[in-house]
Ligand binder design. Structure first.
Ligand SMILES: Cc1cc2nc3c(=O)[nH]c(=O)nc-3n(C[C@H](O)[C@H](O)[C@H](O)COP(=O)(O)OP(=O)(O)OC[C@H]3O[C@@H](n4cnc5c(N)ncnc54)[C@H](O)[C@@H]3O)c2cc1C
Length: 435
């Protein structure tokens, strides 16, 4: 019997489990360990609450989770509750699928001012991640500046621009919905160091901005390259640029109480304020060999809240080699050390879609198969984990516990919403009947 521990129950973790099942069938036992009592990683706490169809991919992971040879172990943080070395003593292979949950530092003067957040924290807040439930962003007045030119920046800008009625069918947490409903913000600026041709925004997410009830997106036509140049772009980016062009030439301007402006060629240099952020100091840039170079032209954008959507990094785990520059585990195509692997965002950094993690999971299982003796090496697997948990007093959660939490969240949903998430671990544990 082969005993596999997968640390992290996001897409990468479940695709790895699916691949292991396909390859070894009845001859493998897989424990998926997560620090939270609830599975699915960023499907639950990252993917936007108004993108429910994307979250539907969790049903595929559930099918894997409900098979006999896969077990979910919730509320165990690897690196603090148990060490990687301990897991390696128990399992034939340990796969780290811990994602990239930490915000990359902005590295600007003033980043410590109040009402400045990274997108992991801000998105975690409206999506009910227990770590960020207490964030309490102040949305009562002024303007938001969202730094970054990827889809996460678009998610954040869209959520800030929406009115409560536009969240019907979404699982945004009640507290965030209330704060957004009472929002006194009058606009969002999406700030990008480089230009439209350098965006990492996909057509679907950009197109959604055209359908907001009280906001119409605006792009300065001067920021767009000549139309003829679009022919050189790959089809996806070309489509995104076409959408940006439509934002630069809006039809007769409707009265929009909420301003949604793209500011390209604009590098943030400092956050200004007295205790709390009041403005972003920005330098105009031009692109030289694909890089943004400052022009010396400095200006300020008023900002009562700043959200930096500039990327994520993996959280280091004691004893596991870490590539600090890349912000992920040091690895050679997923191999970290004998018997220790990584996959998904923990392996390659925060890039690609949910689906990108599937081939990643299958590839890592092929590597494990190539490295390990067939049939495993006689390690104790689940029985060993249970003994360790008992000795350490770890009261871990199960998939059945998650199902009870799920049922309770669905049962307490406000009208029109699929669920009302519990935002604290204690409340989740209680819903699972463990308190
Ligand atoms: C805001 C946002 C929106 C997104 N929207 C989309 C979208 O619309 N469409 C799309 O295709 N992709 C989207 N993505 C990308 C997608 O979410 C990722 O590709 C995917 O979640 C990465 O999977 P993962 O398993 O590597 O990491 P994660 O999903 O982050 O899963 C990691 C898991 O590891 C657990 N964990 C972490 N550390 C430990 C530890 N020490 N011990 C135990 N457990 C631990 C975490 O609790 C988590 O469950 C979005 C990403 C973000 C950030």
């Amino acid at each position: 019997m082969l005993h596999l521990a997968i640390v992290g129950s996001g897409p990468a973790g479940y695709y790895t489990a699916e691949a292991a099942q396909k390859l070894w069938g009845e001859h493998v036992r897989i424990d998926i360990i997560d620090r939270l009592p609830v599975p699915y990683g960023l499907i639950r706490s990252g993917v936007a609450p108004d993108h429910q169809s994307i979250k539907g991919v969790a049903r595929r992971y559930e099918a894997v989770a409900l098979t006999d040879n896969v077990r979910f172990i919730g509320r165990v943080s690897v690196g603090s509750d148990v060490s990687v070395a301990e897991l390696q003593g128990i399992y034939d292979a340990v796969v780290l699928a811990t994602g990239a949950p930490a915000d990359r530092a902005l590295g600007l003067p003033g980043q410590e001012l109040a009402n400045v957040f990274g997108s992991a924290a801000f998105v975690g807040w409206y999506n009910g991640h227990p770590q960020f439930a207490g964030l309490a962003p102040d949305l009562t007045r002024g303007r938001a500046v969202v730094i970054g030119n990827g889809n996460v920046a678009l998610d954040v800008a869209r959520i800030l621009a929406k009115q409560p009625a536009e969240f019907v069918g979404a699982d945004i947490v009640g507290g965030a919905l209330e704060a957004l409903g009472a929002s006194g913000l009058d606009g969002v600026t999406i700030l990008g160091r480089r230009g439209p041709y350098q965006i990492a925004m996909t057509p679907k997410e950009l197109g959604e901005l055209a359908h907001l009830s009280r906001a119409a997106p605006r792009v300065d036509p001067e920021d767009l390259p000549p139309v003829a140049d679009d022919a050189t772009l790959d089809p996806g980016l070309r489509k995104s640029i076409q959408i940006l062009r439509s934002f630069a030439a809006p039809p007769a301007p409707p009265a929009c109480p909420f301003d949604l402006t793209f500011d390209f060629f604009a590098a943030p240099r400092a956050l200004i304020g007295h205790g709390r952020v009041e403005a972003v100091e920005v330098e105009r840039t031009r692109i030289v060999d694909g890089r943004a170079m400052g022009t010396g032209d400095i200006y300020r954008i008023p900002a009562s809240i700043v959200i930096a959507a500039i990327g994520y990094q993996t959280t280091p785990i004691a004893g596991v080699p870490f590539d600090t520059a890349a912000g992920r585990f040091a690895n050679d195509e997923g191999r970290i050390a004998p018997g220790l692997y990584c996959v998904g965002w923990a392996r390659r950094g925060p890039s690609g879609t949910i689906g990108t993690n599937r081939p990643d999971g299958f590839a890592i299982v092929d590597k494990i198969a190539a490295d390990l003796p067939a049939g495993g090496s006689g390690k104790s697997g689940r029985a060993g984990f249970e003994a360790l948990a008992k000795a350490r007093g770890l009261d871990f959660g199960t998939f059945r516990d998650w199902q009870k939490i799920d049922e309770a969240e669905v049962a307490r949903a406000r009208q029109g919403a699929p669920r009302e998430k519990f935002v604290s671990i204690d409340a989740m544990v209680e819903a699972a009947g463990k308190k």
